[in-house]
Design a protein around this ligand. Structure first.
Ligand code: SF4
Length: 259
């Protein structure tokens, strides 16, 4: 039985390590994992986690379309922190079927195609990974995008079986993230120095111009409100999760992930 997550009154005053410590204490190392896309926020959290527990659980999704720089950072993280990284791959048969029907670069052709690709390469592997935990940690920050504006520090992930969804950096700003990385010499993705604030799959990520929104380089050919990666959609239906009340809005706000 997964314990009920604390409400906002119990987490509002906690700093990021405090949020992680609370979650670790409640769920234990074996049932709490960092879902890392090896973005800047994920690296900050990883650095904090290794200070809290030996060999924290870390999983990632290898979509098969990641940039080389992300793989390089995965190996650098293994070496720096002495951790194992659990890598979840898409189901080979699903990828083969999709590519046979719609081609390798199907995501540029329609939003439905892009959602199908994210479904096969991200949503299904994420669901599989989340069956191994009672709670997951993400690098979501409220200021990143409108759909993340109400992300709680610890919320309830109803789409994946009432797991805890822990966002220790929910109230952090971008500058705070980078100050932490520089102060502690935390490794980070080399693409960040080439104009990529947000990094996903190689064909779906581009560098941004000065003044552009930090998420503008993800799925840039789509309208901004259509750009989330599908991980905040119900994985069984592909539909956006319904939002009915302020409480549910908080829960749904926690559905997005950093992949
Ligand atoms: S981000 Fe692009 S390549 Fe990656 S899973 Fe989604 S559509 Fe496919």
């Amino acid at each position: 039985m997964i314990p009920t997550p604390p409400d906002a009154s119990q987490t509002d005053a906690l700093d990021a390590p405090g949020v992680l410590a609370l979650a670790m204490e409640a769920l234990g190392r074996e049932r709490l994992a960092l879902a890392s896309s090896f973005g800047a926020e994920d690296m900050v959290i990883l650095d904090m986690l290794v200070g809290l527990t030996d060999r924290p659980r870390v999983f990632t999704l290898d979509t098969g379309r990641l940039p080389q720089q992300t793989y390089d950072l995965m190996d650098a993280s293994r070496r720096r922190y002495g951790i194992d990284i659990e890598v979840y791959f898409p189901q080979a048969a699903d990828v083969e079927e999709m590519v046979l029907a719609r081609g390798l670069n199907l995501f540029y052709e329609s939003i439905d195609n892009r959602k199908e690709c994210c479904g096969v390469r991200k949503v299904e592997p994420l669901s599989r990974a989340l069956r191994t935990v009672d709670g997951w940690i993400t690098g979501l920050r409220r200021e990143q995008i409108l759909t993340r504006a109400e992300t709680p520090k610890i919320g309830l992930d109803q789409a994946h079986g009432d797991l805890w969804k822990v966002a220790p950096l929910a109230e952090w700003g971008e500058q705070q993230v980078w100050d932490y990385i520089r102060d502690r010499d935390v490794p980070y993705n080399a693409l960040h120095d080439q104009g990529y604030p947000s990094i996903g799959c190689a064909p779906c990520t581009r560098a941004i111009e000065p003044g552009e929104d930090s998420r503008a380089g993800r799925w840039w050919w789509e309208l901004p409100e259509q750009r989330e990666c599908g991980l905040h959609f119900d994985p069984t239906t592909g539909r956006l999760l319904p939002v009915k009340s302020p409480e549910e809005r908080l829960a749904v706000g926690a559905e997005a992930s950093s992949f």
